[in-house]
Design a protein around this ligand. Sequence first.
Ligand code: 4FD
Length: 249
Amino acid sequence: MRISVVTIFPQMFHAVTDYGVVGRAVENNLVSIEPVDLRSFGQGQYKRLDDRPFGGGPGMVMLAEPIVECIGRLRQKTKDDAPVIYLSPQGKRVDHQDISKFSKMSEMILLCGRYEGIDQRALDIIGAEELSIGDYVISGGELAAMVLIDAVVRQIPGVLGNEQSSSQDSFTDGLLDCIHYTRPKLVAGHEIPAVLLSGDHEAIRYWRLKQSIGRTWLLRPDLLEQKYLNKEQQQALTDFQEEFEKEQA
Ligand code: 4FD
């Protein structure tokens, strides 16, 4: 997969290309991440990229023409028309399913806005898909783009080891992940659930399922409402709820 990123801060993307899971995927040529410096499409001696909003008001708006030109140039290089994704607080919120869809594409172009955003005509002309990583504002689209890149790349087959495949991640199954413990067995008087030391793999599997469903019920009931539970999952939820009621009493 090739991910092109249109940005005024190309150096920021070292944060994903040079570290961790995504860094290794880049090294292994499972993905290429190519920041494109929007500044080089800027206007005049000062390579200007923004101007005051028509109608007045605070802040600056990114010029349409440099962005249209830059995206046009990128699209010449790619045969299949890659989607242009514009990260903005006004976008549709991205979820696991969107990420899964993107991870199967051969190409995507991410567009990072700054200031108050981009002249709407640029977005219309290039046919940008406006997406959001969550209901809050950050100072530029770059960090949002990096969140998206990380989420997409870890879902590309071969990026994670077979052992810790992304198919085990939270949300893949529409549920939160189970809780985890490691050594030592005692931390400030807090023990670990006895079942994890039992060696009974079936009991451990069921306990994890129960935690996963139970914690989703407690913390994210909205996820459960959208989900069909099979017989075992239904039973695990009932078991969790019974134990929870007892603890509350
Ligand atoms: N929630 C997000 C994306 C970008 C951003 C920006 C218009 C502001 C939050 C376009 C206004 C981009 C998000 C930069 N903040 N800030 O995905």
